[in-house]
Ligand binder design. Sequence first.
Ligand code: K2U
Ligand code: ZN
Length: 174
Amino acid sequence: IRPILIHPDPRLKKLCDPVVTVDDEVRKLADDMLATMYDAPGVGLAAPQVGVLKRVFVMDCVKDNTAAPQPMVLINPEVTWTSEETNVYEEGCLSIPEQYAEVTRPKEVRMRWLGLDGQMHEEQFDGLWATCAQHENDHLNGKLFIDYLGAMKRSMITRKMEKLKRERARGVKE
Ligand SMILES: O=C(O)C[C@@H](Cc1ccccc1)[C@H](O)SCc1ccccc1
Ligand SMILES: [Zn+2]
């Protein structure tokens, strides 16, 4: 489990670098990211959220934990198609704790990525998987869900996070 960076943090705004080879370090990163995601808990997590500016994200959007978990590791992911139809989802972010806002995104998305097995994969996502995949892919481009909000709401959320970080630094209980 690795610490999750909290907004505002310059590393969350960076364009992440592609992975060149799927080596043991990348495999270890993916394991750590999945452990961190499940512990949070969350349904997705991107490498920059744990301070690694690489194009890797993990997700497991299986709704209820009665169904078998479906961990996915996407390396150098690309969006190859998005539906015209959109839907609205009240999003959150593990790097922006306790803040939620409605974000409109394409309802379905098709992505292509390099898997831990070194093979290329391509899949179409809908539902929460589609929302999550787009949310995570944005992280790899330094984009946060609050960037889709108006300036007023975004600055209010940023100020709340700055306060939270001051309190955490002083060890004040939240
Ligand atoms: O911060 C992250 O990237 C992880 C988010 C991913 C996410 C955000 C909005 C919509 C879908 C996925 C965390 O999973 S937020 C926690 C969460 C848990 C269950 C359902 C939705 C969000
Ligand atoms: Zn996020």
